[in-house]
Design a protein around this ligand. Structure first.
Ligand SMILES: Cc1cc2nc3c(=O)[nH]c(=O)nc-3n(C[C@H](O)[C@H](O)[C@H](O)COP(=O)(O)O)c2cc1C
Ligand code: SF4
Length: 403
């Protein structure tokens, strides 16, 4: 039995901006990979219904691209009128289980697979993209104006679909995060150079989203603390970005992450690098390259419970904005101590992929912790139906979109 004494009840309702969540546990974004037509399918609904029925306060649908070229690949939902009926059914199913629903909106930037999307990928600076084996274009002023507008439009679509919250992706070197990075952003115009300039896209995206949805939805940003790439965003600059976001007053909470889907993906997961499984998802030429370079491209980091906590504490000390702790949370004792320390919520990814009803089990006292072994073999399943392969080895095929 758990021995930690705590003052904040993780299972009691809590306020996230204008929204009351039934408890303080949020299912973190884990791209679901069951949307062959880039629209909501019955499998996507079931994926989230299970964690909602399993007790979380809120589930996060990920990842909802704001523009077609901002999809990570072609089977990624992007926000357009056509998506609303399916998203509405998804929101209704989650609400019927007593949970709230958040949509993670973002733009993949140089993480987007241009070949799969059949659309030129965009970054702060033109560079070779090993994911699609193509060159990324440097965003023009017109691109950035349109993308900021796309953030607002996507937010409205998510709101009209009945979601409770929005999470703006400012991490993992997706577009706004790549603009923050001094390594990836070598621009000499008003979007590059000083931190103020590099933070402009992230700030404008948050502002556009808040203006679009008003005060009735909770708005969260998922922000990198460090890219963990040489010359990338580091924690001192990230803390300043967090302060700028706080001054702008468009957010109800900040969720902290790190690493780079482009250059250092294992930093955001820790544990084993699934090199063999990842290689199997690549086209033949890229596979050969990955087999030679994979270990260097995906260095692994030992897993530790709540591995981002030490860095996240600095934000807690600096900000008045509520902070969401994410990264390697498995144990009820960790949840309790994080809340007691001042984190407003915790977000959990893999522990809930492995055990979707973990929160009910924790609440009823039948299980004190998750059983995810951090093998990370679920990572490449984003291309074959995201799942814990230990319990579900077979692919999950997304079927026709819900009408
Ligand atoms: C299969 C899988 C897919 C993921 N997809 C996303 C995503 O679409 N957007 C995102 O911000 N993070 C994504 N993540 C990262 C998680 O949100 C989270 O940051 C990470 O797994 C660490 O939390 P955890 O230790 O609780 O799993 C994904 C993680 C996994 C395992
Ligand atoms: S495959 Fe399962 S056990 Fe392995 S990291 Fe993913 S959720 Fe955890």
């Amino acid at each position: 039995m758990e021995t930690t004494t705590s003052t904040i009840d993780p299972f009691a309702p809590a306020q996230l901006g204008p929204v009351t969540l039934r408890n303080r546990v949020i299912k973190a974004a884990t791209f679901e990979g069951v949307m062959p037509d880039a629209l909501v399918t019955p499998e996507l609904i079931e994926y989230h219904r299970k964690v909602a029925a399993g007790g979380v306060g809120m589930t996060t649908v990920a990842y909802l691209a704001v523009s077609p070229e901002g999809r990570t690949h072609a089977e990624c939902l992007w926000m357009r009128e056509e998506a609303i009926p399916g998203l509405t059914k998804l929101a209704d199913a989650i609400h019927a289980e007593g949970a709230a629903i958040s949509g993670q909106i973002g733009h993949g930037g140089l993480v987007a697979n241009a070949k799969s999307n059949q659309a030129q990928s965009i970054g702060p600076t033109s560079q070779f993209n090993p994911i699609s084996m193509r060159k990324t274009k440097a965003a023009t002023e017109a691109d950035l104006t349109r993308i900021i507008h796309d953030f607002a439009n996507a937010a409205k679509i998510v709101q009209r679909s009945g979601f409770d919250a929005l999470e703006i992706h400012l991490g993992h070197n997706y577009l706004p995060s790549s603009f923050l990075s001094p390594r990836l952003n070598k621009r000499e115009d008003r979007w590059g150079g000083s931190l103020e300039n590099r933070a402009k896209l992230a700030r404008k995206a948050c502002e556009a989203v808040r203006q679009a949805v008003g005060g009735d939805m909770a708005v969260i940003a998922k922000l990198n603390m460090k890219d963990a790439m040489p010359g990338g965003l580091d924690i001192e600059e990230s803390l300043q970005v967090a302060q700028m976001l706080e001054e702008d007053a468009n957010l109800d909470a900040i969720e902290l992450t790190g690493g780079s889907s482009f250059g250092n993906p294992m930093y955001l997961f820790r544990g084993d690098a699934p090199l063999k499984e990842f290689a199997a998802t690549l086209p033949p030429l890229a596979r050969v390259g990955f087999k030679l370079m994979g270990k260097k491209m995906m260095p692994s980091y030992p897993f530790e419970e709540a591995f981002f906590r030490k860095h996240a504490r600095r934000y807690l000390e600096t900000l008045n904005t509520p902070v969401i702790l994410l990264g390697g949370i498995n144990e009820l004792s960790t949840i309790r101590s994080a809340l007691d320390e001042g984190f407003a919520f915790v977000a959990m990814g893999r522990a809930l992929l492995r055990t979707p009803d973990l929160i009910n089990r924790m609440q009823s006292g039948t299980q004190e912790g998750g059983i995810c072994i951090h093998c990370n073999k679920c990572m490449p399943t984003i291309y074959s139906g995201t799942r814990c392969v230990i319990d579900n080895p077979q692919p999950i095929m997304g079927s026709a979109p819900v009408a």
